[in-house]
Ligand binder design. Structure first.
Ligand code: DC
Length: 230
């Protein structure tokens, strides 16, 4: 097949925290042979850098500069910030909260969106976040809005925390998730919202395999029209 017949594909997965985006996006990327891109990890990396320098993640001017200067590399399952592997460090609770504050700042979002678009130019991707189908790639071939009941999302995050031995109460997690949901959905710039042409999937009572199969069917219907991916 001629090189020109091959088309790069974007599968955009948006939704609130705990809906299952990361788990699903990773599995889909593997099945499809696409690059997996966790855009939340990018906002987290910028927040981590700020916290380490005692910069308030809500400081509009300084955060915009940091976001533009940050060298962020995503390798399978790992993230590097300015050459340092920060995969574990970005999952700390202060970073989670800092990322949510940083993500409100338009300049930070502009810098991240530019990096994300460049990644989507290089190869076919499964990209997960909050604004992928609405802002980063409004022309994405496949758009999924993955949701789940708030109670179920808290339960999943609680299990995850317990699995890692993190000392956190279910009530505290519920409060944190509610606060992040509120900030993500109400910010002026690129709030979490379903794109009009996205498929809504509620994962509350579905197994991971069922969600994966449902999305794969959509991917195949939309793009497997005789042309190869990549
Ligand atoms: O998905 P996550 O929890 O790792 O995301 C961390 C924060 O970044 C979260 O508060 C929402 C924000 N975010 C965003 O605003 N836009 C994205 N595309 C991805 C994440």
């Amino acid at each position: 097949m001629a090189e020109g017949d091959k088309k790069r594909v974007v599968v955009a997965i948006d939704g609130p925290a705990g809906a299952g985006k990361s788990t699903i996006a990773k599995r889909l990327a593997e099945r499809l042979g696409f690059t997996y891109i966790d855009t939340g990890a990018m906002y987290r990396a910028v927040a981590l850098w700020a916290l380490r320098q005692n910069i308030d993640p809500g400081d509009t001017h300084r955060m915009e500069q940091l976001a533009m200067a940050a060298e962020i590399e995503l390798a399978p399952g790992r993230i590097r910030l300015n050459g340092e592997d920060v995969t574990e460090a970005i999952r700390e609770p202060e970073v989670t909260s800092g990322a949510s504050k940083a993500a409100v700042i338009p300049g930070v979002r502009r810098a991240m969106v530019a990096k994300q678009r460049a990644m989507g130019e290089r190869s076919s991707v499964v990209m997960e976040g909050r604004d992928i189908g609405t802002v980063v790639f409004p022309g994405a071939e496949v758009k999924i809005f993955l949701d789940a009941d708030p109670g179920e999302r808290v339960r999943r995050r609680f299990q995850e925390a317990q699995g890692k031995g993190e000392p956190v109460s279910e009530d505290a997690l519920a409060a944190q998730i509610a606060e992040r949901d509120r900030r993500d959905r109400t910010r002026a710039e690129a709030p979490l919202a379903q794109a009009p042409d996205a498929t809504y999937l509620d994962s509350t009572s579905l197994a991971i395999e069922e969600v994966e199969e449902a999305i794969l069917r959509i991917v195949r219907a939309r793009i497997a029209n005789g042309k190869e991916f990549h």
